[in-house]
Design a protein around this ligand. Structure first.
Ligand code: IMP
Length: 427
């Protein structure tokens, strides 16, 4: 039995899609366990770029199974357009299972997400407005509509009508916004259901059977540690649990079945949306990294905020997910800087903080404690292996390993599949 969890160790956008795509080749089943189409990643295969939001990048391998786990929230319209997009590009989607227990993002969730953000005024979360938060709210409030409901038209109809009784009142009275027509919504969702039906299944049963059969499983986390509802920079978080523990709930496996947790760490920090960011660079260096790294949201197109690599956060990610190994991505983006800096602690009111604080009040007043390292000039995008890296790049990696006490097993030096270099085996 072998099962690897891939988690983002920062604020998302660490390049998990690329690492997943790379490891998918060695695995049999690839599962997403939380979030929805708020995620987004670009996979480059033979000079062609694909943008995915919901479906694991394992879909590009027709002999692998891809699973949307029960912990996900699924926007049927977005899913269907992703399926169409893949099929139009000659990618087969027969190898997909959608959990019958996953929740559906309904049209009113998207509208409520937007209206709630507007109402927050100065206190905006900066959500992707995909309806993620409102959908998980209904799940927790036990008012959600699930994928299995798509298989029972009468129940689906009743649930939509019941839900709209409440949501239309909320839209009208609280937000002064337009109501939804229940008949139209039932007709639309029923139509979508027809397209989705062939993919619906008991994904936890499938995954556990695959485990029993000795297959290799890969679990692909979306977002990142600091966007985790419990462990992230609350309230500037998403509404699910991207940390490794989220796999057990969101895919329906026991914790003893996880054999390896791989944390994806970008060679610098980025953040989308609002909230404190101690190692943020608001200068030319930040702009240069943003341009070189193409740091603009896949889902929203927003420019990402940039900062030095924050190892207080990386160590925190190690703690809350139990990282066994690190995959370090976008190392090539750091070529051409005379000096590089690592954030190794925070200064708060004259004290040195080594652990990531819970309070955003505290975090917003933290100054980064920076350790300077010499950079490297060489273009590293064409290296054959770790050994070809310039000494200063190796020293940069070594320092990260020392401070985090986690080995770096994979490095990525460009978007192509052949630009991912394995230092130590993952499976
Ligand atoms: P939501 O997930 O749309 O509710 O957004 C909540 C927060 O998570 C916002 O700050 C988003 O920008 C952030 N977020 C959600 N998904 C991603 C992602 O895939 N990458 C980076 N940030 C994300």
């Amino acid at each position: 039995m072998s099962s690897v969890v891939i988690v983002g160790t920062q604020w998302g956008d660490e390049g998990k899609g690329k690492i997943t795509d790379f490891l998918a080749e060695k695995s049999d089943v690839i599962t997403r366990y939380q979030g929805g189409n708020n995620a987004g990643h670009t996979v480059k295969i033979a000079d062609k770029e694909y943008k995915l939001h919901l479906i694991p990048s394992g879909i590009f391998y027709p002999d692998k199974m891809c699973v949307l786990g029960n912990g996900m929230v699924i926007d049927l319209e977005a899913l269907i357009s992703e399926l169409d997009y893949l099929e139009e590009n000659g990618v087969t989607v027969k190898n997909l299972i959608i959990s019958d227990r996953a929740h559906l993002i309904m049209p009113y969730h998207k509208v409520l997400d937007e209206l709630d953000e507007e109402r927050r005024d100065q206190e905006k979360i900066g959500t992707t407005k995909k309806g993620i938060g409102p959908c998980y709210m209904d799940k927790a409030a036990r008012k959600g509509i699930r994928v299995c409901d798509l298989l029972e038209p009468e129940i689906l109809k009743k649930k939509i009508e019941n839900s709209l009784k409440e949501k239309n009142q909320l839209l009208d009275r609280v937000y002064d916004s337009k109501a939804f027509d229940p008949d139209k919504m039932v007709a639309d969702i029923t139509r979508y259901a027809e397209r989705i039906k062939p993919f619906i299944g008991d994904s936890s049963y499938y995954i556990n059977t695959a485990l029993e059969n000795g297959e290799k499983l890969l679990f692909e986390g979306a977002q990142g540690t600091l966007l985790d509802l419990d462990h992230g920079t609350y309230p500037f978080v998403t509404s699910s649990n991207p940390v490794a523990g989220g796999v057990c709930i969101g895919a329906g496996i026991g914790p003893t079945n996880i054999t390896n947790v791989l944390g994806v760490l970008k060679a610098y920090s980025t953040r989308v949306g609002d909230g404190p960011f101690p190692s943020e660079l608001k200068d030319d260096i930040g702009d240069k990294i943003r341009e070189a790294g193409g740091e603009f949201g896949t889902t929203t197109g927003r420019p990402r905020r940039i900062g030095w690599l924050d190892l207080v956060i990386a160590r925190y990610a190690k703690r809350v997910s139990g990282l066994d190994q690190i995959a370090l991505t976008l190392l090539d983006v750091l070529s051409g800087f005379e000096k590089l800096k690592l954030c190794v602690a925070y200064k708060y009111k004259g004290e040195t903080l080594k652990e990531f604080p819970a309070s955003l009040e505290v975090l917003s007043k933290c100054e980064p404690v920076l350790e300077e390292l010499p950079g490297w000039e060489e273009d590293i995008t064409g290296i054959e292996s770790y050994d070809d890296l310039p000494t200063n790049a190796k020293n940069y990696l070594k320092r990260i390993e020392e401070i985090c006490s986690v080995p770096i097993s994979v490095i990525s030096v460009g978007p192509g599949r052949d630009q991912t270099k394995i230092i130590k085996d993952i499976f």
